[in-house]
Design a protein around this ligand. Structure first.
Ligand SMILES: O=C(O)CCC(=O)C(=O)O
Ligand SMILES: [Fe+2]
Length: 378
């Protein structure tokens, strides 16, 4: 019998007191001064404190996107350990990494057990493999083995985007054939549940950043109702599917993502997560064990990240959701291109210094541990 994973997830979320975020179309238009925290029972994540202050992380001058960097190979585990990297084992519980200001910076989050036990990983792999058979990776907004700049694997991106020469925000274009395959994939119950869970994780652990991302999506939908989000249950504007057999990314930053925004990554496949597939974070010298059906939230425009290889005969896929920084710029600049916005301002010389103010304000949206409904082990 076919399992509806999204239904199982919603049932578990309702039971556990998660705020069910039903639709991105709710509460339009949506900025509220005070961000209500999800009505969760106290959670007891593990917390690791990092010595870094997020304010000193890399960002572009106007602070909408990150800084472009050339991808490079991730050194082998033994070399990373020699360089002083720390291996972080996965123990099945939520694990938060906070910066020196006690702000949640990175989160490693298991999927609810009931959904995994219902066979999520297998269904995720099946849905992605089936789409891969039908997709044409030589078409636009897809990358083939040879030209994917994050590693040797095929990818396809879909959703609302802005940047890279587009005159205004729009849905990424796909051929008829790819549109059909993406539609089928994104309607599969495995992918719908992953999309919902990724957005829910963002809301739970970084509620203010979540709210800013939701606000941008809602404003965009109001500005141009023909824009179509990938999922009604997720506030992220874009999704990238990374196809197997071996998704092992080089060290990279996703510099076009919102400078302080989160990329939610969920892994799948058949591999020994104690031996490979780890997410390596260069800025923090961390090597995170990353099993199938675990979701990791990272600010992917500021943190250089990549994977360790998996073993021969193993397979690994991943799906990510994020929002492009160009979309935040479009909304902040009054739904105009940056050139037009600056040309209309008589005090255009102030625009660069406003970038620094924006950066500090947005870094302040990462939740403080003390603001979250959590119990910290003393
Ligand atoms: O698969 C992963 O763990 C990382 C994927 C990633 O960083 C990306 O798609 O940008
Ligand atoms: Fe990435």
């Amino acid at each position: 019998m076919k399992v509806d994973f999204d239904h199982v997830l919603r049932r578990v979320m309702a039971r556990d007191g998660f705020l069910e975020y039903l639709s991105v179309y709710n509460d339009l238009p949506g900025v509220s001064e005070k961000i209500p925290l999800p009505s969760l029972p106290k959670l007891t994540p593990k917390v690791t404190r990092l010595p870094h202050d997020q304010v000193s992380m890399p960002h572009s001058d106007p602070s909408f996107i990150g800084v472009k960097a050339k991808p490079e190979k991730v050194p082998p585990l033994s070399e990373l350990l020699d360089q002083g990297y720390r291996l972080v084992e996965y123990d099945g519980n939520p694990h938060l990494f906070a910066d020196s200001q006690e702000r949640v910076h990175i989160a490693v989050l298991p999927f609810p057990r009931e959904v995994v036990e219902a066979g999520l990983n297998e269904a995720f792999v099946d849905a992605v493999s089936e789409a891969q058979e039908h997709l044409d990776f030589s078409a636009s907004n897809a990358t083939d083995i040879d030209d994917c700049n994050r590693g040797d694997f095929q990818t396809i991106s879909t959703g609302i985007s802005h940047g890279g020469g587009q005159t205004e925000p729009r849905n990424l274009n796909h051929t008829r054939r790819n549109t059909d395959a993406i539609f089928k994939l994104s309607r599969s119950s495995a992918i719908r549940s992953i999309a919902r869970w990724q957005s829910q994780c963002y809301e739970t652990w970084m509620p203010q950043l979540f709210s800013a991302s939701k606000d941008v999506l809602q404003r965009l939908l109001k500005w141009k109702p023909s824009l179509a989000p990938n999922f009604t249950s997720s506030i992220f504007c874009s999704t990238t599917y990374n196809f197997g057999p071996s998704v092992v990314s080089d060290f990279h930053v996703d510099h076009l993502n919102w400078a302080t925004g989160i990329c939610a990554i969920t892994a799948g496949g058949t591999f020994d997560y104690r031996k490979g597939g780890h997410l390596v974070l260069k800025n923090h010298k961390l090597i995170l064990e990353f099993p199938p059906c675990v979701t990791i939230l990272i600010p992917s425009a500021m943190v250089t990240h990549g994977n360790l290889p998996i073993g021969p005969g193993e397979s690994r896929i991943s799906v990510t959701q994020y929002t492009a920084g160009g979309l935040f710029r479009w909304v902040d600049y009054g739904y105009k291109p940056a050139s037009e916005y600056k040309a209309r301002r008589i005090d255009a010389h102030l625009v660069p210094q406003e970038g620094e103010t924006r950066w500090k304000k947005n870094v302040g949206l990462f939740s403080k541990l003390s603001d979250l409904p959590i119990e910290l082990a003393s």
